[in-house]
Design a protein around this ligand. Structure first.
Ligand code: AMP
Length: 191
């Protein structure tokens, strides 16, 4: 199996590149943000729990997010592998993910961070908000909250994963296909 975690700030291009990798390697793409948005739209029990957090740009509590992730994995096994987009986002989620991976006899092949600086991200997100209609992309304040959540809760994962020697960082600046080919080079070199 090829199991990849795409890691990076909001707007760093995780979704776009995860889609590319999904097609390239025939993987299942799990975007926790997309799963939440779909559930919020359909007003499921999960959607109702996540709604307030997601709309404010805050992280959804770990217990809700982790059980949702396990369900998504379970539903899609067996498969060639997964590209996880937007999970894990806290140290606790990473610990819980390890337990789930162990349970299903899976391993992470690589954790890849897409690096983009904050000014460029804010511009990208505000532009995306015009097209996507996502409420959390449309206000500078919500974008700041998301970047703040990232810095406080998600960034510590870089240290966490650096210790297991599967953490790689790739520049997320440039044309989409340039970034995809950087990712491909990296994945080919580690798989
Ligand atoms: P994204 O589409 O990845 O930017 O995620 C949109 C929103 O979904 C985030 O701002 C959070 O409210 C929620 N979300 C997505 N993934 C997670 C996660 N791993 N943990 C907690 N909340 C999440």
């Amino acid at each position: 199996m090829l199991n990849l975690v795409l890691f990076g700030k909001p707007g760093s291009g995780k979704g776009t590149q995860a889609n590319f990798l999904k097609d390239k390697y025939d993987l299942i793409h799990i975007s926790t943000g997309d799963v939440f948005r779909k559930n919020i739209k359909n007003q499921t029990e999960l959607g109702v729990k996540a709604q307030g957090y997601t709309q404010n740009g805050e992280l959804v509590p770990d217990d809700v997010t982790v059980s949702m992730l396990e369900n998504e994995i379970k539903q899609n096994l067996p498969c060639n592998g997964f590209v996880f987009d937007g999970f894990p986002r806290t140290l606790n989620q990473a610990d819980e993910m390890n337990k789930i991976l162990l349970k299903y006899k899976m391993e992470l092949s690589a954790i890849v961070a897409l690096e983009v600086d904050d000014d460029l991200l804010t511009d990208r997100l505000l532009k995306r908000g015009l097209i996507s209609g996502r409420s959390d992309d449309q206000s500078r304040e919500k974008i700041l909250t998301r970047l703040y959540e990232y810095r406080n809760k998600t960034e510590p994962l870089i240290d966490y994963y650096s210790k297991i020697n599967r953490f790689y960082s790739v520049s997320g600046v440039g044309e989409i296909n340039e970034i995809s080919s950087r990712l491909l080079d990296l994945i080919e070199s580690v798989r």
